[in-house]
Design a protein around this ligand. Structure first.
Ligand code: ADP
Ligand code: MG
Length: 488
């Protein structure tokens, strides 16, 4: 997909305010009614509509008038929000060329103020299988999982958490630097994907090392699940780095053995084909690797899962079991119905290298972009339920009061829910307080949304409240109508 960050230079704080309003609206609208965007953004004199036109021109939002006049973020719009936040935090200062394109991600070089080059992975879940997923009725029943923002954010969150934990335990992975929305920043691996390597000095050693890694991961309670020549980087000294972690599972997963065997099989097959390591040779090496008795592949059952359970550690570190389950649901659906087509033509495109670009800090540190939940952004209802983020700072944030004379009532009426600049939040602050705050914020946000929805309906009271007298005490019909109203 094209990522022309040039437009980022020229976006104003109002542009970001409206973009973030669309993101917020997407928490419970696939297409956010224009009135709701206007209400959330709170710009004066129909300013929102003018801004929306500009965002549309820059392909940051998509217009959909099928059912009502509405908008949704494009991946580019979501990219801009994440990039702006990370630049504001000082994580990097410029975006460079595209260095990789995965099945469901785009990878770019980014550079810090002091010139250090890092890798930025933008997750694009749903890109390759959007239609396939959409066509699954069962999946639509769980609409929350269907939200690509939510899924991409979840993938980034998981990737970051796993990369960090694996790095901390001495595994050869990129250094996890930061993460926001669907974007992960990590160290740049100097090397090439193994799939591009035609010759090795010591194929036996590399083979051993790789199998050893699979076994060691399992000993730590984890299975990569996509351990193949595309996700193993190798440098000129034949040093290995493993990448790509969103699909990892715990050894306690019901299909763990199958996943483990599949990872092993991929390596055997690849080394056999590419480096002519015959099966016998492979088996021999694997045997000495696993149990020293020879002639057997590493077997899942014989792996001693005693080196500490990273899977449990991770469950407590920001990527919860519930999120893992949601991810797995998606991965399973994805595996079932692959379809390389997509209906999001404004979001899909060939990889296009982009020139290095210095991002205009003046615009980037506008706190206005922070009126929405920082990490959760509009990513489904994720933050409402889990309230977690890579850096534990996932909170609704606002422009500082008076930062934008035009942006008034709706945001300010949310009072404390709108805190300050990104980096200013103390990520080590008390978790309980955070949870309480989260619940409080969620309540406030829901109230705000209801108000906004009512307003978008012509400032009438919601249907449910107008009919409340009819079924007082029963509530069922009321709540149904209300739910319906919330869904549009
Ligand atoms: P996907 O999940 O879409 O498969 P990957 O994480 O595997 O994405 O990355 C796709 C490609 O991007 C890799 O094959 C590699 O060439 C490149 N890449 C990813 N991460 C890095 C990194 N940290 N440093 C250098 N290149 C990377
Ligand atoms: Mg990959």
């Amino acid at each position: 997909m094209k990522l022309d960050v040039n437009a980022l230079r020229y976006l104003t704080k109002d542009d970001f305010r409206v973009l973030t309003a669309v993101e917020m609206g997407m928490r419970n609208h696939e297409i956010v009614p224009a009135e709701l965007v206007d209400r959330i953004a709170g710009l004066k004199h129909g300013g929102t509509y003018k801004v929306l036109r500009n965002l549309l021109k820059n392909k940051l939002v998509h217009h959909d008038a099928t059912k009502y006049d509405g908008y949704r973020l494009t991946y580019l719009g979501y990219d801009f929000l994440a990039i702006k936040t990370l630049v504001s935090r000082g994580v990097f200062a410029s975006v460079g060329r595209q260095i990789g394109v995965g099945k469901e991600s785009d990878i770019f070089e980014v550079a810090t103020e002091d010139g250090t080059v890092l890798a930025m992975k933008l997750h694009r879940l749903g890109r390759t299988s959007f239609r396939a997923v959409k066509s699954k009725r069962d999946y639509l029943r769980h609409r929350r999982s269907f939200n690509w923002l939510y899924l991409s954010r979840l993938a980034a969150l998981k990737e970051f958490a796993f990369m960090k934990a694996l790095g901390d335990h001495g595994f050869p992975v990129p250094t996890a630097v930061d993460c926001n929305r669907h974007c992960v920043i990590m160290s740049l691996v100097q090397g090439y994907p193994l799939v591009q390597v035609k010759e090795l000095q010591n194929p036996d050693d590399v083979f051993d090392t790789i199998l050893g890694l699979i076994v060691r991961l399992a000993e730590h309670g984890l299975i990569h699940c996509d351990f193949n020549e595309f996700n193993i980087m190798i440098d000129d000294d034949e040093k290995i780095t493993v990448i790509d972690f969103p699909q990892m599972v715990s050894v306690s997963h019901c299909n763990a053995q199958m996943f483990f065997d599949r990872d092993i099989e991929c390596i055997y097959k690849f080394f056999n084909k590419r480096f002519n390591l015959t099966s016998e040779k492979n088996e021999e090496q694997a045997g000495s690797e696993s149990d020293g008795e020879g002639n057997s592949r590493p077997s899942f059952l014989s792996v001693k899962k005693s080196a500490g359970s990273l899977d449990k550690e991770l469950a407590a570190s920001g990527f919860t079991r519930k999120e893992q389950v949601e991810m797995e649901k998606y991965i399973e659906q994805d595996a079932e119905g692959h379809d390389s087509s997509s209906d999001d033509d404004d979001e899909i495109g060939d990889a296009v290298p982009i020139d290095s670009l210095k991002i205009d800090q003046d615009h980037c540190d506008e706190p206005d972009c922070n009126l929405a939940s920082r990490d959760s952004g509009g990513a489904g209802t994720f933050s409402e339920e889990h309230g977690t983020s890579c850096s534990g700072e996932d909170r609704l944030e606002s422009p500082p009061s008076g930062s934008n004379g035009d942006a008034k009532e709706p945001l300010e009426s949310e009072g404390k829910m709108l805190s300050q600049e990104d980096g200013d939040n103390d990520s080590s602050s008390n978790d309980d307080d955070d949870d309480e705050e989260d619940a409080e914020l969620t309540k406030k946000l829901n109230r705000q949304r209801k108000k906004a929805i009512a307003a978008a309906h012509g400032r009438r009271r919601p249907v449910s409240s107008r009919n409340a007298y009819k079924d007082k005490g029963k509530g069922t019909m009321n709540s149904k109508i209300q739910r319906q109203a919330c869904k549009w």
